[in-house]
Ligand binder design. Structure first.
Ligand code: MSP
Length: 630
């Protein structure tokens, strides 16, 4: 069976964070589960690049939007790689293949009378990329409860999409297909929204040029949401592409609750107008909130660097935590403490410990060779029955887009496996005469439990599978094999290996930081004349990129008094290139040039460091590149 699953396409106006990563990790777990079941999966993600907010961000950094998004998109792709995201395609809305489809659809809707030209007068919220009528505003600001920011009055010639014409057909579809909008709370919200009456949607802009041109009226660019939603079929090569014929309609569009409205109202109406079948499910999960309560988001300044978190805890632990914490229909809470807590209890203690202690016993009592099992007892029968029940429950939860529920079930089995170790007490069987066969059975069951757990956990923690497979000398196997017992061949060699999830001691982390608090001694005194020999200047970074084949170096091009210089700096582990572009740093401008990795570096930028932390000195007001620093 084919299974087409999508994430929203992300705005590349800042690096991805834990909140944005959640949707992609959840989609990945669902995609991997369906693949293990043998289904023909197509998993799409990408970036939404034609938004006005992208232009604003790029402008504020003094660079052109394309250059800016190229850098951020690279960060998204790097993060997805580290998080083991198994997407089949990554679509960027600046790509030609996307432009072509959007222009084709816009023209068709215009020709069939569903898009018409008129004049728009109303309010626009750039952070939300949403139009609002005056009566919807709250205290003159954006009515989106998560936003509340300033809106701008727009008065421009615009194209409009006749949403109202399709309102009844949409309601009819929603009513006839209770599975279309999930979970049910979002469905009810959407029904109320559509029932309250749809206005025609303004679908073009004339006040900026970044975006997809309306082909028959090039002073207009297509409104970003109309453009973005089309990615789901553009990536498949709509209207004629083979993939489109095969994979459309999508089994599920996965997203956060804030954008369900666009997917459950605007998108189906576009499809109805095109006479294209609707996606089967639009699923809106909750948000990750910080401990203090607000949504994790760049604009609230409560995001932690995702790359740093992966470095500290590993990608499997982060995936596990996020998937486990987001319960259906509610928001999840993210904090580093809670992450460490789950890592230590569920992963290191429950799962990791079970695997290492049971394999250690196999090594100790049978030299690491899986024995032929003796007869079962009711204990083994109960264990088998539970594993089947758990497998079925996991399937049901995954079909219902509920990875948290699925993990909860798997951990019921993990708990049962740990209990089985205590109940069977192999250490005491090993001491008793005549219990060899019983010990063989117990040790054989240990390996089988690990084999089954390896399959059950694979969609959630793909980094773990090869590790467990190595320990038990067997590849993960198909999903269906988690429902069978006795697949391990006696005689197979197993290893104890290293702990799968070393415990993280948060106190030790803090201790580590304490040690780093020792300061370097202050250097020998110099004269003011010696100091005056150094020429420090303000420099504006105009270009930044990683130096190939290094982890630490960035190549920066910076403007100093009208001259552009190249400086190579060892700060790549602390700054993403796009975080530096447009910023003003301080450079030692008269340092003798030196070659680093074949690149001539003409100066050195100043940065402060302490322990593992490093911060580049930056200026944030009006001084131009070239100004003297003394
Ligand atoms: N570009 C649009 C989507 C277009 S889809 C045709 C967009 N992009 S976004 O980058 O702002 O957000 C993408 C997704 O990330 C949304 O589903 C949003 O809900 C999700 N999240 C952003 N912050 C989040 C949390 N703190 N928690 C969970 N999900 C969050 O919207």
């Amino acid at each position: 069976m084919k299974y087409y699953i999508t994430t929203p396409i992300f705005y590349p106006n800042s690096s991805p964070h834990i909140g944005t990563a959640y949707t992609t990790i959840a989609a990945d777990a669902l995609a991997r589960f369906q693949r293990l079941k043998g289904n023909d999966v197509y998993f799409l993600t990408g970036t939404d690049e034609n938004a006005q907010k992208i232009v604003r961000t790029a402008e504020s950094k003094g660079i052109n939007p394309k250059e800016y998004v190229d850098g951020v998109v690279e960060r998204f792709q790097e993060l997805w790689k580290l998080l083991n995201i198994s997407y089949d395609d990554f679509i960027r809305t600046t790509e030609e293949r996307h432009h072509k489809v959007v222009q084709g659809i816009f023209t068709r809707l215009y020709e069939q009378g569903d898009i018409y030209k008129s004049e728009y007068e109303g309010w626009y919220c750039t952070p939300c990329e949403t139009f609002w009528t005056e009566n919807k505003l709250v205290d003159g600001k954006c009515p989106n409860p998560d936003c509340g920011r300033e809106v701008e009055l727009l008065k421009e010639e615009s194209y409009f999409f006749r949403m109202s014409k399709y309102q009844d057909r949409l309601l009819d579809h929603i009513r006839k297909h209770p599975e279309f909008i999930q979970p049910v709370s979002r469905r009810n919200e959407m029904i109320r929204f559509v029932e309250s009456g749809l206005e025609d949607l303004c679908v073009s802009r004339t006040t900026f040029q970044w975006g997809i041109q309306v082909p028959f009226d090039p002073k207009h660019v297509v409104y970003v949401w109309l453009d973005a939603l089309i990615n789901y079929i553009a990536a498949l090569g709509y209207p004629e592409g083979e993939k489109y014929g095969h994979y459309w309609p999508a089994e599920v569009h996965l997203m956060g609750k804030d954008i369900v409205r666009f997917h459950a109202v605007i998108w189906p109406i576009i499809l109805l107008a095109l006479d294209v079948p609707l996606p089967k499910v639009v699923y809106g999960h909750g948000w990750f909130l910080s401990k203090e309560g607000g949504k994790i988001s760049k604009s609230r300044g409560n995001v932690q660097d995702s790359f740093e978190l992966i470095r500290r805890y590993g990608s499997d632990a982060i995936r596990y935590f996020l998937l486990r914490e987001m319960q259906v229909g509610t928001d999840g809470t993210y904090s580093e403490d809670a992450l460490v807590e789950r890592l230590n209890s569920d992963l290191a203690n429950d799962l990791g410990n079970f695997v290492s202690r049971s394999l250690a016993m196999l090594v100790k009592y049978r030299g690491g060779i899986v024995p032929e099992p003796g007869p079962d007892t009711p204990l083994e029968q109960e264990l088998r029955a539970l594993s089947l029940e758990v497998k079925n429950e996991v399937e049901a939860r995954m079909e219902a887009f509920d990875p948290a529920g699925a993990l909860e079930q798997i951990w019921r089995f993990v708990a049962r496996c740990n209990k089985y170790v205590d109940e069977t007490a192999p250490w005491s069987l090993a001491k008793q005469v005549g219990q060899e066969q019983r010990l063989n059975t117990v040790l054989y069951y240990f390996v089988e439990e690990i084999r089954i757990l390896n399959i059950l956990c694979a969609p959630f923690m793909p980094g773990l599978s090869p590790k467990i497979s190595r320990l038990i000398g067997r590849n993960t196997g198909a999903w269906e094999e988690a429902g069978r017992w006795g697949l391990t061949a006696p005689g197979t060699k197993v290893e104890k290996g290293e702990p799968l999830f070393p415990r993280v001691d948060i106190l030790q982390l803090i201790d580590g930081e304490d040690k780093a608090m020792e300061f370097e001694p202050i250097k020998e005194e110099v004269s003011i004349e010696d100091f005056a020999k150094l020429d420090f200047r303000v420099a504006k970074v105009v270009k930044a990129e990683k130096v190939e084949k290094t982890d630490k170096l960035l190549k920066l091009e910076m403007e100093i008094a009208g001259e552009v210089r190249t400086v190579v700096s060892g700060i790549a582990q602390h700054y993403a290139p796009e975080d530096l572009i447009g910023r003003k740093v301080v450079v030692v401008a008269n340092l003798k040039p030196a070659k680093l990795r074949g690149i001539m570096s003409q100066g050195m930028i100043l940065a402060a460091s302490h322990g593992d932390t490093l911060e580049v000195l930056m200026l944030d007001k009006n001084l131009p590149g070239g100004a003297r620093v003394k």
